[in-house]
Ligand binder design. Structure first.
Ligand SMILES: *[C@@H]1O[C@H](CO)[C@@H](O)[C@H](O)[C@H]1NC(C)=O
Ligand SMILES: *[C@@H]1O[C@H](CO)[C@@H](O)[C@H](O)[C@H]1NC(C)=O
Ligand SMILES: *[C@@H]1O[C@H](CO)[C@@H](O)[C@H](O)[C@H]1NC(C)=O
Ligand SMILES: *[C@@H]1O[C@H](CO)[C@@H](O)[C@H](O)[C@H]1NC(C)=O
Length: 955
């Protein structure tokens, strides 16, 4: 699918094959041509209606100008290319024996089902067979071995099962063999080693078992061998060392064992070697980078012992190294020379000792440095501040001492800083506020002292903060309350005192709060605003008074509340507030507690067992999944992203899971109604945003062709102002959308932050409005059928690094259930939804126009227009003139910016007028997005909008 795409290769071969055809087939008779046409028409008639419509050009008896058909000089069909035509049906009624001159048969990316007919061997001249990404099932027919001229075979991403026929060993001309992502079982046929020209084998993601045949070592032309994600056992045969042309070898996620044969060191051309997630033992091959070409090396999650291979020390080509979760040891202080290309290194969960070398500061490509859970000692060297590309730094669970060096605060891209569970001391530096990208800050279980700096409140992107188990004192700073995106806050096990600042309750997204084991006092009422809270612990403090009236506190147990001064409430084990003053006998209370605690503990026990069961199951399933990502790495593949992989693309699924470590919170970048959004760095270095849906969409719905083709259509949309949807994955546990990642995030967030809002001057704001208008215009008027967004709001408009607006989630709002706690009856965001949605369920283009109007005002006002929209609705129905409207609105312009001056002021006015037109109550009176976009384009040229065009828009 990815790094071999036979159709591309075969195109190059066409001139040659045409010559051959000229020679062999110059005498095709007209009756032969007629029978070819008949064979194709008969097959067309067996397909469903939609497919027949796609093949509407297939009429008459001259197939040569039909869609997807090419003929040779004697007008005989030589090439059938029906990739991505939306075909649905089977191949059973295609009479292959009437099409003897076909060289290329490409029906990839359709919905063909049924099995591959054994008669396919009648295509005796076939050079390319590509049936990939369909829904074919059944086994691969043995007769495939008769296609003696076949060079490119691609049956990947189907539902094929059964064994790989041994007869593939007869395909003597074969260059590429792609059958990945199926359900094939049984052994890899040793006969595959008989194919002298074979250059690449991709059989990953099947259920293949048995050992790797040693005959594969005969394939002297082989450059790529991927056997990942199967159930292969045994050792790697030493003959693999004879694959002297190998560039990529992937064995990830099997049950391979034993030591790595020394012969592998002969493969000096290797660029990518993947051994992760097996049961290998012994040493990692010492000369793995001997040839100086190695870029990607993965050996994680095995039982490798000994030291890091010596040849990696000076492996200047290396980009990504993963050795985590092994039994490796040795002093790593100055092990590595400065490797200028190293981007990612994970040495976590081993037994390395030594220090964090100052040299890491010179690794200028390094984005991720992970050495958690080893035996490192010494300090965090100030020089590390020189590794300016660092985004992820994991040094937790070592024996590090000393303070946090100020230079670390120079790492402005850092978003994940994990240094918990060491012996670090001193204060938390005030300068930490310069780490503006920081999302995860874990400083727990160290010896930090002093106050919690209020400057932590400047880390506006922070999602999770753990300062637990230190010796921090003083109050919880007020400023923490400004961390709007924070979902987890752990301050437990410190010496904090005073009351909870009233601002803390303002963190509406907070889900986990731990304040236990401090000396905090006063009441808990200020937590009342924490509507998202799901777990908390305030035990072992001096709190008193009633529990806050939020859900988390109503469904809690005494464990989260015990050992305080005087909390009261309706939780068993706690005195009800009304009883506090009354005189109940001690005896009575204990009895009551016992009666209510017993069934509760039983329930908790059962719940715990259940949770353990689920966890265990997930763990078992997951072991093989890690490390999958790099398997796809090929130095040649320009992009790893499949345009669409709703069902076939297990590999992409694995990639995303790996890159987000099973949706670990540390990759979280936002939370919305439909789900949580994570940032994933794919092994290619491509950043994507992954929106994990709260609920797995209804399976039945997903099977519908309409759904699949709709998603497919969305993935094919390319517009400067629309966030590119890469695809959708559905799985029993997770469903998610994968989209382009945009650096600056959503407009809502930007407008909320004064500094960013000021940077967004009038020119930029006008351009953003135009961009959104263009996107909507394109989707409403240039797509057939039109695509309605349904949920335009400032949260769905994202900016890239150049402040260009991109509309996110186009067309997806329709099939994603919005969070049940929000609006269940229609897709849309409160405050942006057109009034008619309150009584009709049907969202159409005019609803988008309304939401656009709200958005346009929001971006000019710097905040949601709020009541303005409803008063507009009123005023327009009371026939107030629009001139008055827009003048009254001009005073609401964002005051953080200087009042717009000429020439941009004309455009601002024009936007206000257009927005007013968009907010008209009657959907029919609103302009279309085409009119809006035109009007906006005109307003930048001519200074003001003529009254005539304005009334035109009101029509
Ligand atoms: C097959 O058709 C598709 C779509 O029309 C086209 O992009 C592709 O280049 C064609 N491939 C060959 C081998 O002709
Ligand atoms: C590798 O090839 C050489 C030369 O053809 C042959 O002698 C040797 O037996 C092969 N090694 C293995 C392990 O198959
Ligand atoms: C490593 O060895 C231990 C002990 O034999 C075994 O339990 C564990 O599964 C092995 N781990 C891997 C990843 O093979
Ligand atoms: C890094 O930080 C230190 C101390 O905070 C500062 O003096 C130095 O100029 C910074 N270096 C760079 C390259 O920004």
């Amino acid at each position: 699918m990815v790094f071999t795409f036979p159709t591309l290769l075969s195109m190059k071969l066409q001139p040659l094959s045409l010559l051959l055809v000229m020679y062999f087939c110059a005498f095709a008779t007209s009756s032969e041509i007629a029978s070819e046409a008949n064979a194709l028409l008969k097959w067309k008639a067996s397909l469903d209606n939609h497919s027949q419509a796609s093949l509407s050009s297939w009429i008459g008896n001259n197939p040569c100008n039909w869609l997807g058909i090419a003929c040779d000089v004697s007008s005989s069909v030589s090439n059938i290319n029906l990739t991505r035509v939306g075909l649905r049906g089977t191949l059973q009624s295609l009479n292959f024996s009437l099409l003897p001159n076909i060289l290329i048969l490409n029906m990839s990316y359709n919905s063909l089902s049924g099995s591959i007919p054994p008669q396919i061997d009648a295509l005796s001249n076939l050079n390319t067979l590509d049936l990939s990404t369909n829904k074919l099932f059944g086994s691969i027919p043995n007769t495939i071995g008769n296609l003696s001229k076949l060079q490119y075979l691609n049956l990947s991403a189907n539902g094929l099962s059964g064994p790989i026929p041994n007869e593939v060993g007869n395909l003597k001309s074969l260059l590429t063999f792609d059958i990945f992502t199926n359900n094939l079982s049984g052994p890899i046929p040793p006969s595959l080693g008989n194919l002298p020209h074979l250059q690449s084998i991709h059989i990953f993601e099947n259920q293949l078992s048995g050992s790797i045949p040693s005959t594969l070592g005969n394939l002297s032309k082989l450059t790529m061998l991927s056997l990942s994600s199967n159930k292969l056992t045994g050792t790697i045969p030493p003959s693999i060392g004879n694959l002297t042309n190998a560039k990529v070898i992937c064995f990830i996620g099997n049950d391979l064992s034993g030591e790595i044969p020394i012969e592998l060191e002969k493969l000096t051309g290797l660029e990518c070697l993947q051994l992760a997630d097996n049961n290998f033992i012994g040493q990692i091959p010492q000369n793995v980078c001997l040839g100086g070409n190695l870029k990607f090396f993965t050996a994680g999650n095995n039982n490798f012992t000994g030291q890091i291979p010596e040849s990696l020390r000076k492996c200047y080509s290396l980009k990504r190294l993963r050795l985590q979760q092994n039994l490796l040891s040795g002093d790593i202080t100055d092990f590595f020379d400065v490797l200028p290309n190293l981007n990612y290194i994970d040495l976590s969960d081993n037994s390395f000792h030594g220090q964090v070398s100052p040299k890491w500061g010179k690794f200028h490509s390094l984005t991720s440095l992970m050495i958690s859970n080893n035996n490192l000692s010494g300090v965090i060297p100030p020089e590390l501040g020189g590794a300016f590309n660092l985004r992820v730094l994991h040094l937790s669970s070592n024996h590090l001492t000393g303070t946090i060096p100020l230079e670390l605060c120079n790492l402005t891209y850092l978003f994940d800083l994990l240094i918990s569970n060491n012996s670090l001391s001193g204060n938390i530096p005030i300068k930490i506020s310069s780490l503006q990208e920081l999302k995860y800050l874990e400083l727990g279980s160290n010896d930090f002292t002093g106050l919690i700096p209020g400057q932590l409140g400047d880390l506006l992107n922070l999602l999770s903060m753990d300062l637990s188990q230190n010796r921090l004192e003083g109050n919880i700073p007020l400023e923490i309350g400004s961390l709007d995106y924070l979902t987890s806050l752990d301050l437990s096990g410190n010496l904090l005192s005073g009351t909870i600042p009233p601002t803390l309750g303002g963190i509406q997204h907070l889900e986990r709060l731990n304040l236990s084991h401090n000396s905090l006092s006063g009441g808990l009422s200020s937590l009342e605003g924490m509507i998202s809270l799901t777990s908390f612990d305030v035990s072992y403090n001096q709190f008193e008074g009633p529990l806050p009236n939020i859900l988390a506190f109503q469904n809690t147990t005494i464990d989260t509340l015990r050992n305080n001064k005087g909390l009261c409430g309706n939780v068993s084990g706690l005195t009800p507030c009304t009883l506090l003053s009354g005189k109940k006998s001690h005896n009575h209370v204990t009895k009551k507690v016992l009666i209510s605690v017993l069934p509760l503990s039983l329930a908790i026990l059962m719940l715990a067992l259940f949770v353990f069961g689920v966890w265990y199951h997930l763990r078992q399933n997951s072991k093989k999944k890690q490390d999958q990502a790099t398997d796809l790495l090929s130095p040649r593949s320009p992009s790893l992203l499949l345009p669409m992989w709703s069902f076939g693309g297990k590999m992409m699924f694995e990639n995303i899971i790996e890159a987000t470590e099973y949706f670990d919170d540390k990759y979280l970048i936002g939370v919305g109604g439909q789900g949580r959004v994570y940032k994933a760095l794919l092994p290619t270095g491509e950043l994507v945003a992954v929106k994990k849906l709260h609920s797995v969409p209804d399976g039945e719905m997903l099977n519908q062709k309409a759904f699949t083709s709709e998603i497919q259509a969305l993935t094919e949309i390319r517009h400067r102002n629309i966030v590119k949807l890469h695809g959708f994955c559905s799985h029993s546990q997770y469903s998610f959308l994968v989209c382009e990642f945009l650096e600056k995030g959503d407009v809502k967030k930007i407008l909320k932050d004064d500094e960013q809002a000021i940077a967004l001057d009038w020119n930029k704001r006008v351009d953003i409005v135009k961009g959104v208008a263009n996107a909507l215009c394109y989707m409403h008027h240039d797509c057939s059928p039109p695509i309605v967004h349904r949920d335009i709001s400032s949260k769905n408009v994202l900016l890239d690094s150049d402040d260009v607006a991109h509309v996110a989630d186009f067309g997806t709002a329709k099939f994603l259930n919005p969070d049940s706690s929000n609006w269940t009856s229609f897709a849309g965001t409160y405050g942006y939804a057109a009034p008619e949605l309150a009584y009709t369920m049907e969202a159409n283009e005019k609803c988008d126009v309304y939401s656009f109007g709200v958005f346009a005002l929001e971006i000019l006002f710097g905040e949601h227009p709020g009541d303005v929209t409803s008063s507009l609705l009123l005023s327009s129905s009371s026939t107030m003139t629009s001139t008055l409207d827009h003048m009254s609105l001009m005073v609401k312009l964002d005051e953080r910016l200087p009042h717009p001056t000429s020439p941009i002021d004309k455009e601002v006015i024009s936007i206000v007028k257009i927005a007013i037109a968009c907010l008209t109550e009657s959907p029919r009176s609103r302009p279309t997005m085409e009119q809006v976009a035109k009007e906006l384009a005109m307003s930048s040229r001519s200074s003001s909008m003529s009254p005539q065009t304005h009334t035109e828009m009101k029509d």
